[in-house]
Write a protein that binds this ligand. Structure first.
Ligand code: HXC
Length: 517
């Protein structure tokens, strides 16, 4: 065999060794936990045969605690690039079979390399986390490595989309990278995220809590909102990441991909002409409205299980990707509260950063009153949503279906927050406050002195409703551009979006604004 052939054989052997990560035993252990390996995940995620790997031969440089005798090619993370539906993406997947996927100085360098490359090319980064945290043997070098990654997450924010899949442990400071990215997805039962684990919690607070209770996927999908998606299996999670990217452009200078639209753009949806119940206190399901108006009823919901009184997610109108924000009258009457405001504000900012038009469906009775909300800072949380809509320069189309009162009317993409097209259904009630509240303030003395206070209050409420609880007052001033027939909503929204395709609007030059965080 020639020298050259020998060397090629050696290369092939090195590659095989690197592909085994921490070895067969560790791979079996990973599979026994119901988890895939880093390479298997990448292969599922990317278009077949598209993966090109970087840094397969990287080894850690640590000599503490006998580490100089323990080396694995690739050092605990698989990195590189490939395509999803033919579009370039960069990936890194932590390999739990190597030192528990723990983060070393060299692992950080590998991750930073793909992040830097993604920024240069203007392509998304997808990170799959499955790690025991900082590589304990490396101490401060691992810590510095984390900080290098976080800084890149921050600089890439709003420039390229960043998505984190949490498919195993993600604890301590490691949680900050996913938290800084645009979307986080967790697998139920096999992943968890927390700053301090159950043992520390027990020592500090005395609380007995399992990993799952403290930071499992369900907890973060429903209670904290830390994760945007919780899935049953890794396959489901990977399919979701692929689907999500279909709605998003490659970077902040591009538009989201257009899909062929098979759904007639002028499809009339008669059911919408009868969806609003006669009683203002009766709910209906906003999902039915969304499903009826978007292309083929397809909606990719974000934060589906968190703060369900507001709905956010992606859909298409005539093939164009849009972000939908909609109050949900079926849940707490669609009221805005701290969490709903934060949830929607973050989504609006994502869409604005990545040139995705916003379609807002309004049925909101107001902000939730009470000490719980006020002490929780509902003022600043509501202001976040207002800020997000007000600074957004993407096309903004708003349809008011029913209630739109007071401050909540303003924050839900009203005309004066530079709403481009604001439509209302004939059932819309756009007013400064509800009739009973208004009567209590305006006629308190008269009602108290009346022979029949209940009758006078009812009469005054009816008078107020007649005068103000309709869309025509707002339309009279041009705050509403048109009152539309509900069944025609799809067509009117598509027309509006078409008209707005060449929209150009820039905000005043500044270093950055100071959103009320
Ligand atoms: C080095 C680690 C490691 C780590 C796991 N391993 N975590 N090696 N540094 N952080 C190694 C284990 O020693 C083991 O090696 C192999 O990975 C698999 O781990 P197991 O414990 O066998 O797996 P499992 O039972 O599934 O438990 C997973 C785990 C546990 C819950 C993650 O390993 C664990 O508690 N690890 C330590 C977590 C931690 O305290 N991390 C540091 C936090 S400080 P062998 O050779 O036996 O196979 C931190 C600060 C970051 O992260 C701050 C950033 C800003």
């Amino acid at each position: 065999m020639s020298n050259q052939l020998e060397k090629v054989k050696e290369l092939i052997a090195f590659r095989e060794q690197a592909r085994l990560g921490g070895g067969e035993k560790a791979i079996d252990k990973q599979h026994a936990k119901g988890k895939y390996t880093a390479r298997e995940r990448i292969n599922m995620l990317l278009d077949e045969g598209s993966f090109e790997e970087f840094d397969m031969f990287v080894k850690h440089r640590c000599t503490n605690f006998g580490q100089d005798k323990k080396h694995f090619l690739g050092d605990g993370v698989v990195t590189g690039y490939g395509t999803i539906e033919g579009r370039l993406v960069y990936v890194f997947a932590q390999d739990f079979t190597v030192f528990g996927g723990s983060l070393s100085e060299t692992m950080s360098l590998k991750i930073c390399k793909v992040m830097d490359q993604a920024m240069k090319m203007g392509a998304p980064v997808i990170g799959i986390n499955d790690s025991g945290g900082a590589r304990i043997q490396e101490g401060i070098n691992a810590l510095a490595g984390y900080a290098e990654i976080f800084e890149r997450n921050i600089l890439a924010s709003g420039v390229i989309p960043q998505i984190s899949g949490i498919f195993g442990p993600c604890a301590g400071g490691a949680v900050y990278s996913p938290a800084l990215t645009d979307f986080t997805l967790m697998t139920k039962g096999t992943s968890y995220m927390f700053l301090t684990g159950p043992k520390v919690v027990k020592t500090v607070t005395g609380e007995d809590v399992t990993q799952e209770q403290l930071g499992g996927a369900s907890v973060h999908a429903t209670k904290s909102g830390v994760t945007h998606f919780a899935v049953d299996t890794e396959e489901e999670g990977i399919a979701l990441i692929r689907r999500l990217l279909g709605y998003i452009p490659q970077n902040n200078l591009e538009e989201a991909p257009l899909k062929d639209c098979t759904d007639p753009i002028d499809r009339l949806e008669d059911s919408l002409n009868e969806i609003i119940p006669d009683s203002p206190n009766k709910p209906y399901d906003m999902y039915e409205v969304i499903g009826a108006i978007v292309d083929n009823g397809e909606f990719l919901e974000v934060h589906a299980d968190y703060s369900k009184n507001i709905i956010v997610g992606f859909a298409r109108f005539n093939g164009q990707s849009v972000g939908i924000v909609a109050n949900q009258p079926k849940m707490l009457a669609g009221v805005l509260d701290c969490n709903a405001s934060r949830k929607a504000a973050r989504f609006v900012r994502f869409c604005d950063a990545f040139n995705i038009p916003l379609v807002t469906l309004v049925d909101v009775p107001g902000f939730l009153p009470g000490t719980g909300q006020e002490y929780g800072g509902v003022i600043v949380h509501g202001a976040k949503l207002m800020y997000a809509y007000g600074e957004a320069t993407v096309p903004k189309v708003t349809v008011t279906l029913r209630k739109s009162y007071g401050g909540s009317h303003i924050v839900m993409s009203c005309k004066q927050l530079r709403g481009d097209i604001n439509y209302a259904w004939p059932t819309a009630e756009i007013a400064v406050m509800g009739a009973s509240g208004a009567v209590e303030v305006l006629y308190a003395k008269e009602v108290a002195a009346a022979e029949n206070p209940a009758k006078l209050a009812a009469d005054k409420e009816a008078e107020y409703s007649e005068a103000f609880q309709n869309p025509y007052r707002a339309a009279q001033y041009g705050y509403i551009d048109d009152v539309i027939e509900p069944r025609n909503t799809r067509f009117r929204v598509i027309r509006a979006l078409q008209q707005l395709q060449t929209k150009k609007l820039t905000n005043p030059a500044k270093k950055h604004g100071n959103i009320p965080l």
